[in-house]
Ligand binder design. Structure first.
Ligand code: PLP
Length: 469
């Protein structure tokens, strides 16, 4: 993680300290290995409750981005803790090679009920990157079973982020240093992401989005449709694009293109899923846009345990089953403890109608952020859906200019926010090419009063930043 909490472009690892310094201490280096040049500034977390975290000095922080947009149901949830205890009392782990487990079955049923037709089957893994890998392998195995073994390319968008494992690096545009890891994997073809803030002259956001979709079709044709397996995209982007919203019209065009060329459509809802954008899946907000595969993680267990999933149709899974089942798995696939925590998280999400709260509070948050934009020169754009929002930071609103790298705008803002007890997940794209942004994505349990608190703290932080310029 970089100093602003985002996956680092530069792969800076902390230096394991000398043995004399090895004792854990407030903000000091300890002997584990972690990506951050700034651990000296990091406090030690003590506890969490609701949308708040406290450090060991007693200072309170508002978790305004749910960690890295993961803690959907908030911290310290009693139902989840009790479910974890109950499962551990029964059994924490039993291999899926030998046993079915109830928690796994219950979670799969709950997800199928809420994901709806066409996504009736779930395969559980330990996080978003594993979900990306599993989705790509499932797609590949399905193609081979159907006699289409020439299909293997997975097209994605530039920029995008689908995970940090090597397969996922190959489909993550602009995010990970290709110079560092690109040689170790296959970098797959990329179509442009339909940015709505900076668009080419003569285009509107709508025409540009359609041009980006058409570019996907051009790429499929150039690559040879018979070689293209899938297209993966985030319906509402995360850190890679700063909550870029793909419109219904764009998604429908993409769906048509994929269908026309026999290409599977994978929606990466690792960040946007499980209620984050106002519905259980973001794809539920679109007419006639049914993805073939969906990946989930983050909000699925809300950070209480590592958990991810790939959702697929019953028919796709049956086709694969006829040849002996999915040729993929990990020790912790379908882990009973993770699945039990997933069930409790899903129940909290459903019983409290958190997707609805996300839609309503998301609109309130948007209004408040737009009001801040009128007062702060550095807020170039406010975008997102539900409680997946971002503020794009610019040095000049009229020209939409990104701050020069030397100013370190994003990390300065993040540090000023942290001093004020506000945690913001953030990113500057490589050389600021696509821009830089702060994610504003509190847990889905957030109230109006808490949104007022968050936006007051952002206001105060940006005033302090402006005073420093
Ligand atoms: N896909 C998206 C859209 C993400 O935002 C992330 C993580 O931020 C991932 C995949 C990878 O998930 P994980 O960090 O759980 O491996």
């Amino acid at each position: 993680r970089s100093e602003s909490g985002s996956p680092s472009q530069s792969c800076t690892a902390s230096h394991p300290s000398s043995s004399a310094d090895a004792r854990p201490r407030q903000g000091g280096p300890v002997q584990f290995f972690y990506q951050s040049p700034t651990e000296a500034r990091r406090p030690t977390v003590a506890r969490g409750e609701g949308i708040y975290l406290w450090d060991t000095t007693g200072k309170r922080y508002v978790d305004a981005s749910s960690g890295p947009i993961a803690v959907n149901i908030g911290h310290g949830n009693q139902r989840v803790m009790q479910a974890a205890m109950r499962q551990m009392e029964k059994v924490s782990y039993a291999s899926r090679l030998f046993f079915e487990n109830d928690a796994n079955a219950q979670l799969a049923d709950l997800i199928a009920q809420h994901a709806g037709p066409g996504l009736e089957r779930a395969f559980f893994v330990s996080g978003g990157s594993e979900a990306t890998e599993a989705a790509m392998k499932l797609a590949r195995q399905h193609a081979v079973v159907r006699g289409e073994s020439s299909r293997w390319k997975v097209i994605s968008r530039n920029p995008s982020y689908h995970g940090s494992t090597l397969g996922a690096v190959g489909v993550s545009g602009d995010f990970v240093s290709e110079g560092m890891y690109g040689v170790m994997t296959r970098i797959m073809p990329k179509a442009p992401a339909p940015f709505s803030y900076r668009i080419p002259d003569g285009q509107t956001a709508e025409t540009y989005a359609m041009a980006c979709a058409d570019e996907l079709e051009n790429i499929i044709e150039q690559e040879g449709p018979q070689t293209v397996l899938a297209f993966i995209m985030e319906p509402v982007g995360g850190l890679a694009t700063g909550a870029l919203v793909s419109t219904e019209a764009y998604c429908r065009r993409v769906r048509e293109i994929c269908t026309r060329h026999g290409v599977l459509l994978i929606f990466d809802e690792v960040m946007s899923g499980v209620g984050r954008t106002g519905t259980f899946l973001t794809s539920h907000q679109f007419q006639n846009v049914q993805p073939d595969l969906v990946t989930l993680a983050k909000g699925l267990a809300s950070g209480y345990t590592p958990l991810g999933a790939v959702l697929a149709s019953r028919s796709m899974v049956e086709e694969i089953s006829s040849t002996g089942g999915f040729m993929h798995g990990h020790t912790y696939s379908s882990n009973p403890l993770s699945c039990a925590i997933g069930v409790a998280t899903m129940q909290e999400t459903i019983d409290n109608d958190l997707p609805h709260n996300s839609a309503v509070m998301g609109e309130y948050l948007r209004e408040k952020l737009l009001a801040l934009q009128t007062r702060h020169e550095v807020i170039g754009d406010v975008r997102g859906k539900g409680l997946l929002m971002a503020l794009e930071i610019v040095s000049d609103k009229a020209s939409k200019t990104v701050f020069p790298g030397g100013i370190n705008a994003i990390s300065t803002i993040v540090n000023l926010a942290m001093q004020r007890g506000l945690l913001l997940y953030s990113r500057r794209t490589a050389q600021g090419r696509y821009g830089e942004w702060l994610m504003v994505a509190p847990p889905l349990i957030v109230t109006r009063e808490e949104i007022d608190l968050i936006t007051d703290l952002i206001d105060n932080t940006l005033t302090a930043f402006a005073n420093q310029l």
